[in-house]
Design a protein around this ligand. Structure first.
Ligand SMILES: Nc1ncnc2c1ncn2[C@@H]1O[C@H](COP(=O)(O)OP(=O)(O)OP(=O)(O)O)[C@@H](O)[C@H]1O
Ligand SMILES: [Mg+2]
Length: 337
């Protein structure tokens, strides 16, 4: 478990004080894939880098599995660092070393014997599907392959925590998916806790179970991914969620309608998304229904989404239809905003 307690971090830049982190309190449970999201400069990297002591807090404590990280020195510090792997946006590979040599670096630093290094590196190459690239140099690899080397190097010491700082931000969408799939597999199979920094809500939706939203050095909202996607509270969170669940009706669809009255937004979560409620409503023939736009998405194993419909009929029939939908667990709002 990772616990950030009352964390503040101040940098001094050109004699100016920069408050990068303000009173951060956050708990990451063992086995989580915990996402930290925020715009550029929010303090995400500053926070994640406290875990493996790449940065030190100005005040506050970081506890990892019951140990205060701030006070570690000597053997305890080496043991702590071995327990934490990290991957980066630009991979941070040594260009003059082969794939196998890059992956071996942490083991060489630990003074492990050559035969054991070779055996562990070969097993790791197979795990990240890079056996064929063993003797290639980073310049001969694609971005996705480079990140697989980064992941292999991070996992070679058998850590229990993996830190990922924008690990897919330099990759195309297809490659991003394959790396996210690998991270999920690592979390499942190796029981590794993952703390992941990103500015893409899609990454959070794809693999995280929990998320904290950061703004100006603070955590403005945190919770399960499902709760944050289904009921975002802060404006910034709503903006991030809308990049995945586009809650707006497209202008082009609105413009094509002869009349723009009696438009309703239906929001589905979980069970209500699986039931054919709109179909039932159509069969009831209370009102005439025009389905305008819909967007459904599976997040954390639950289907979430919204649909815009236009209902034509008398006001009391529309009211009955609205009540019917509410009774079925659908959140419904009138209007297009
Ligand atoms: N070494 C440093 N010296 C001075 N200021 C720094 C340093 N590192 C970060 N900062 C400042 O601290 C604030 C938070 O930076 P941080 O890198 O943690 O943000 P971030 O959320 O990771 O942003 P990005 O998405 O751009 O990576 C910013 O205002 C940044 O300029
Ligand atoms: Mg950063």
């Amino acid at each position: 478990m990772i616990i950030f307690e009352n964390i503040n971090k101040t940098y001094i830049k050109n004699k100016q004080q920069v408050n990068a982190l303000n009173d951060i309190n956050l708990k990451i449970e063992t086995g989580d894939i915990y996402g930290l999201i925020g715009w550029s400069g929010a303090g995400k990297s500053s926070l994640i880098r406290l875990v493996n002591q790449l940065e030190k807090p100005t005040s506050g404590t970081v506890m990892v599995d019951g140990v205060n990280v701030n006070n570690l020195t000597g053997t305890a510090q080496r043991q702590h660092k071995k327990n934490i792997g990290m991957i980066f946006q630009h991979f941070n590979l040594l260009e003059s070393k082969t794939v196998a040599q890059n992956i071996a670096i942490p083991l060489v630093l630990q003074g492990i014997s050559r035969p054991e290094i070779d055996q562990r590196v070969d097993a790791m190459l197979a795990y990240v599907d890079l056996t064929a690239k063993k003797d290639s140099y980073p310049s001969q690899l694609s971005g996705g392959q480079k990140q697989r080397v980064g992941i292999a190097r991070a996992l070679i010491t058998e850590p229990t925590i993996l830190l990922c700082d924008e690990a897919t931000s330099a990759l195309d969408p297809q490659t991003t998916l394959s790396i996210l799939k690998l991270l999920k597999q690592i979390n499942d199979e190796r029981k590794i806790t993952i703390l992941l920094v990103t500015h893409e809500m899609e990454v959070i939706a794809s693999i995280c179970n929990k998320v904290a939203v950061m703004e100006k050095g603070q955590i403005i909202e945190q919770g399960s991914v499902l709760d944050i996607f289904s009921t975002p509270k802060q404006e910034t969170t709503k903006k991030f969620v809308s990049t995945v669940l586009s809650p707006q009706i497209p202008e082009a669809i609105l413009a094509s309608l002869p009349q723009q009255n009696n438009i309703f937004r239906l929001e589905f979560v979980g069970d209500s998304a699986k039931k054919p409620v709109v179909n039932e409503l159509i069969l009831k023939q209370l009102v005439e229904i025009n389905i305008l736009f819909g967007n459904m998405r599976e997040i954390s194993g639950v289907v979430l989404g919204s649909m815009f419909i236009q209902m034509n009929g008398t006001e009391d029939k529309i009211e009955t239809a609205v009540t019917f939908l509410k009774d079925k667990g659908v959140h419904i709002e009138r209007g297009v905003a």
